[in-house]
Design a protein around this ligand. Sequence first.
Ligand SMILES: C[S@@+](CC[C@H](N)C(=O)[O-])C[C@H]1O[C@@H](n2cnc3c(N)ncnc32)[C@H](O)[C@@H]1O
Length: 272
Amino acid sequence: MNNILDLPSTYDRLERPYAPQGAWRRWLRKAIHFFSYHLILKRKGTRRSRAAGFSLVVRPTVFHPSYFVTSKFFAGFIGGLDLHGKRVADIGTGSGILALAAARAGAAHVTAVDVNPNAALTAAENAAANGYRDRFAALCSNLMSALAPVPLFDVIISSPPSFPGEPRDLADRAWHAGPDYRDVAALFEQARARLRPGGKLYLLVSSDSDLNLFGTLIERNRFTARLVARRSILFESLIIYELEGRALEATRSVAATPSVAQPLALVRAANA
Ligand SMILES: C[S@@+](CC[C@H](N)C(=O)[O-])C[C@H]1O[C@@H](n2cnc3c(N)ncnc32)[C@H](O)[C@@H]1O
């Protein structure tokens, strides 16, 4: 199933100014985190689940793909890509659901990494249980730091923690990325170095993420961003960006090109 939505052609050309979140919205976000953390992220037992057509085990502290809509939305999007013969990396794999979706979409090999060792173990188990063991490697790594510098990847996918703030523990690292996205900020530089020319980074963010900051990181690492899918859920939107590295010549005229930070901020404002 392909979840790509038809995007309004004017979506990233809206001219509303950037507006910080209001008090009630911040309160609502805190309440959602409180229940998600205590009831789902921090749970003690291993769960069995089905999501995006996969049979999955979800160990304690691992992001549960059945409770959080981001996982199925992104897995559906990946299902619409032609990944035949491609080398793919999934950074922050959780249960491995996105990496499995890439394997099912034809990827020649998928590397799934997570900073949470329970997640790396879970992803490996789920790959074996769903018949992808021979094209799949899972490892515990802080972003791409434990990966060899070569071979390069054709596609990198990532659904990083959506919100800034100090994580309470390992489980909470699925939600909080540290102050100013400290724990995932290096992803863009690392991905730039590990992508083949013409390779793509697919990134899922929330309209409540700090899109200005993501835009700055994207721009700083000479990626061009294109909004490729969006889904509205209750009071926020889930947004998938396709990032492609600009060639060296193109980066010389970067000052003349519009910053991606602006459209990202406008997406946020449009959902405020
Ligand atoms: C929002 S969850 C997404 C999980 C999974 N990809 C999915 O879509 O269901 C974010 C994941 O990123 C992982 N993570 C957070 N910081 C990381 C880092 N610095 N390096 C690797 N993984 C990280 C978390 O442990 C968590 O599994």
